[in-house]
Design a protein around this ligand. Sequence first.
Ligand code: C2E
Ligand code: SIN
Ligand code: SIN
Ligand code: FE
Ligand code: FE
Length: 406
Amino acid sequence: MVQKINTFNNEIIGTVLETIEKINHLKDVDSILDQILYKARRFSSADAGSIFVAEKDRLRFGYVHNDTLFREDQGREALYVDFSVPVDETSIVGYVALNREKIVIDNAYAIPKDRPYTFNSEYDRKSGYKTVSMLTLPLTTLQNDLVGVMQLINARDAQGKIVWFSDEIQEYLPLFSNNAAVAIERGLMYRELILRMVKMAELRDPTETGAHVQRVGAFSAEIFQEWAFKNHVDYKEMRKGRDEIRLAAMLHDVGKIGIPDHILKKPGRLTRDEFEIMKLHTVYGGQLFINDTSSFDKASCDIALYHHEKWDGTGYPGSLPDLTRPEIAAGKPLKGKDIPFYARIVALADVYDALISKRSYKSAWSEERVFDIIESESGKHFEPELVSVFFKILPVIRAIQEKYKG
Ligand code: C2E
Ligand code: SIN
Ligand code: SIN
Ligand code: FE
Ligand code: FE
């Protein structure tokens, strides 16, 4: 018995260390939540789980996994659901957040009446899922700051039968808490930092709002993921790329900082000369990341520079003899696969969002009209394969629009 516990113990410590290692290499908060949930679920054999992120006096839904309802490449729209619950004793997650203590429930539909919280069965009713066992724990830093709440659902035994969360799991899972909390905090700060950079541009250009860039980032990440799935890209590589493109795409227009106000804020159409100046936002943006020291800088540089290139070679800025890349100094716009891959994706995501949204110089267009344009620009403005990927993930695209309405 002692022997068994020791083995278990080493394994756990190994898993915890490995998780911290991995989490430290991730940057975007969505990937961090995904990774924490994946590890915690694998460790506890939980069928489903979700993480809520703490805001002032509420918990905002942050991420969800459900092996029964979502297959690997399906149900991703559930990730973009947006709701929050108050931090109080009426809900299970609220209670856990308020009291900073875990709650273990063996049957969600048989919670003793003397408990202050009740199980909210609305999700089960809507989805047809059946929640039975639950383990809900606070994610706190060493200073005991609450960062979020993790809820694991339906532990399974080796045969896949739903069972209670065992004593070992109850004892060891909280070991994840501090490190998970710190990783989430870091991810939130990273995204905050990028949004702050975007805000600098936004102060000047009312069309590039935080909501617009979050949408373009999320559209790009989802298009990339679907493309990677279709092309059998290795999971780790996919996740790294998805992280990179999400954050870098949010910075696609930071170069607008360099555009004079009378052009940037013009309520009507631009003249030809004004548009020539406007085009320079790609170059200004690229220059911010020209160091190329990390693959994130490279991704950001490629996207800022080339997000207005077109598949058929009629976009801009084309060549940049004054920048540090002699290979692209030939004086022509880039074409087809010469355009960096991330930039081809962001081109589609950015134009889709510009058309479907209201801008200072245009109204919001109907979905039908926008889809017609995207379709007819396949092979002209956009890479055909990416257009077909885009149309395959419309439920996710719509869920992103709903989440980041701004
Ligand atoms: P943006 O508003 O983010 O638009 C991104 C891209 O979406 C545009 O790149 C264009 O490819 C597409 N797009 C936006 N609106 C329309 C539209 O009404 N019709 C069509 N067919 N496509 C549209 P583009 O043209 O290179 O413009 C880059 C940026 O220049 C725009 O970013 C916007 O900030 C500014 N801009 C472009 N045209 C005007 C304009 O007439 N007035 C003002 N004030 N700004 C403009
Ligand atoms: C997953 O398949 O959801 C995650 C795989 C991994 O973290 O290695
Ligand atoms: C592709 O071949 O479509 C993606 C790879 C790349 O162009 O970088
Ligand atoms: Fe742009
Ligand atoms: Fe944009």
